[in-house]
Design a protein around this ligand. Structure first.
Ligand code: HCB
Length: 213
């Protein structure tokens, strides 16, 4: 079942077992189960546990790297399948998204970008460790409808405030809607800094970006 598959996916990520993760992804496809739920409730749940154990000091950085590689291998197998779900309808709008300055966590940002593409948005991937000035340049030059930033650390999350401020200083804040996300980010934070959209996960990002257009 879907739940059993998700449990297997979570366990495989927690075992840093690339091959097992790939097998679970392949099983998902051959059984016609839901790849999005496998990523969100399976692989991501495993990564969260890994993060908790890293914080508690029972796991170390190489373990986190190994787990993230395993997760990425699974996502890679599922991506063509996700692309098949694409509606290929008319362009819903343009979204520029990147992981914020000082932060190299890309897995979540990449999943959000992929899901937005599948939903019919034109997605400009700004990459990782994106200087705040580059978000502003992207807004001026590429004129996206929505500007997304991803922050995975409490220390980099604070820079999302800078995005809001520098867009205002450049006089382009009203020309774009801003979206914030990443594990430590909450709706309260988004409200506090004046971001337009908070997305808890990739599905939420798709729903809220569609509603914002
Ligand atoms: Co990293 N790391 N890490 N890490 N890491 C975290 C984030 C900690 C919370 C772990 C912990 O201590 N509990 C912690 C941060 C603590 C803090 O807040 N201050 C931490 C740390 C400390 C570090 C280093 C400093 C470790 C070190 O070097 N000593 C270092 C930072 C380097 C840097 O950025 N300058 C580091 C490095 C790494 C890697 C490289 C080993 C690896 C990243 C690999 C990669 O991304 N290519 C890594 C990983 C994997 C993690 C954890 C374990 C998982 C992150 C992840 O991929 N989750 C993470 C623990 C955790 O988050 N619980 C840990 C899975 C994805 C799918 O979830 O939340 O990223 P997500 O994305 C969701 C959601 O948030 C939303 O949709 C996504 C999909 O559903 N979303 C958005 C995300 N972005 C969005 C943007 C939008 O606009 C809208 C929605």
């Amino acid at each position: 079942t879907q739940e059993e598959l998700q449990e297997k996916g979570k366990a495989a990520v927690m075992d840093f077992d690339d091959e097992a993760v790939v097998e679970v992804a392949e099983e998902c496809i051959s059984a016609g189960l839901d790849p999005v739920a496998l990523i969100q409730q399976g692989f991501t749940a495993g990564m969260n546990e890994i993060g908790d154990q890293f914080e508690q000091g029972t796991l170390f950085l190489p373990h986190v790297i190994a787990a993230s590689e395993a997760m990425s291998a699974g996502v890679e197998v599922l991506t063509p399948e996700l692309e098949k779900l694409s509606t290929k309808s008319e362009n819903k709008g343009t979204i520029a998204i990147g992981t914020i300055e000082g932060d190299i966590h890309t897995i979540g940002k990449d999943i959000v970008a992929t899901m937005l593409k599948i939903a019919g948005f034109n997605v400009i991937d700004l990459g990782r460790d994106v200087p705040i000035a580059d978000y502003v340049t992207a807004v001026k030059e590429q004129k996206p409808d929505i500007l997304g930033s991803s922050a995975l650390m409490t220390t980099t999350m604070v820079l999302q405030t800078q995005v809001e401020e520098q867009l205002k200083e450049a006089g382009v804040r009203d020309s774009v809607k801003t979206m914030v996300g990443g594990a430590p980010v909450t709706q309260d934070w988004a409200t506090k800094i004046g971001a337009d959209i908070y997305a808890e996960n990739a599905t939420d990002a798709v729903v809220k970006c569609k509603a914002a257009m």
